[in-house]
Design a binder for this molecule. Structure first.
Ligand code: ZN
Length: 269
């Protein structure tokens, strides 16, 4: 735990410090924490802005993409001036303009098992803001091996979903064991997204990450929240562990050496 808050910090975070369950030591905990945000797109933009505003001390942002004009409709940390720039750079500029307490780590790299393993070191929580299945499987598998909570979010058109996978509970592979067939769920292709839906889900991902770091509220473990913007429906359904899960089941993976993938990102055993 670091030193006590200074007067500037007491003012900056005063409105969250007024909440009974959040004290100065909790804020210090936030300031000394490290959150890994994988993806600086629509979900990542929303999550990053609130993690930064709340005073998460280190935000490690991973994205190998560059800002395009078609991103701007929903990826709100990027601006017209950022078109063509690496997304990690424009996201970092957004954070630096908002909160001098926050250090941004920029990782303009593709996610692989080795990259994930190195980035997960000292991460307190991981925010899944990716737009493709392979990266999400890698994150899930490494998060489970590392024992780190994994805040999953995904969006499509008017719909979004959210949950927190934590050691001891189900993991993403209990929900979806392998990359689905392309005709069921296209991966890696541009898809239609209503602009506010990643904002809504990304904001809830930041909420769950902050709740975990501050140890407040009831985490959204073991339940999948589904949001439909067309009629503002929010449904929460229980999630259960798959006893045959190749990651969290009794015969699941024990080490990074077990992570050999086939072409649909199933674990080869
Ligand atoms: Zn599982």
């Amino acid at each position: 735990m670091g030193d006590s808050l200074d007067s500037r910090q007491r003012e900056q975070y005063s409105r969250q410090l007024m909440i009974d369950s959040i004290g100065e030591s909790d804020q210090q905990q936030l300031l000394s924490s490290r959150v890994l945000v994988v993806g600086a797109g629509g979900l990542g933009s929303a999550a990053i802005q609130y993690l930064a505003a709340a005073g998460v001390g280190t935000i490690a942002i991973v994205d190998d993409g560059h800002v395009t004009r078609s991103n701007l409709q929903r990826q709100i940390v990027h601006t017209l001036d950022d078109i063509g720039e690496p997304k990690v750079d424009s996201a970092a500029r957004f954070v630096e303009a908002r909160n001098s307490d926050v250090t941004v780590e920029r990782h303009a790299t593709r996610m692989t098992v080795d990259v994930a393993e190195s980035l997960f070191e000292e991460a307190d929580v991981v925010v899944d803001a990716v737009d493709g299945f392979p990266t999400r499987f890698i994150l899930n598998d490494i998060a489970r091996l590392a024992g780190i909570p994994f805040v999953h979010g995904a969006v499509y058109a008017f719909e979004g979903q959210l949950t927190v996978f934590r050691p001891g509970g189900p993991c993403y592979r209990c929900l979806l064991p392998a990359v689905p067939d392309a005709d069921v769920a296209p991966s890696g292709e541009p898809m239609g997204i209503f602009p506010t839906v990643p904002g809504t889900i990304g904001c809830l991902q930041a909420t769950e990450a902050l709740k975990h770091l501050l140890e407040v509220g009831e985490p959204l473990d073991d339940r999948l929240l589904r949001y439909d913007a067309t009629d503002e429906t929010v449904l929460r359904t229980p999630l259960e562990r798959d006893p045959d899960c190749p990651v969290c089941g009794p015969d699941g993976i024990d080490s990074i050496d077990d992570l050999e993938y086939d072409d649909r990102y199933r674990i080869e055993r």
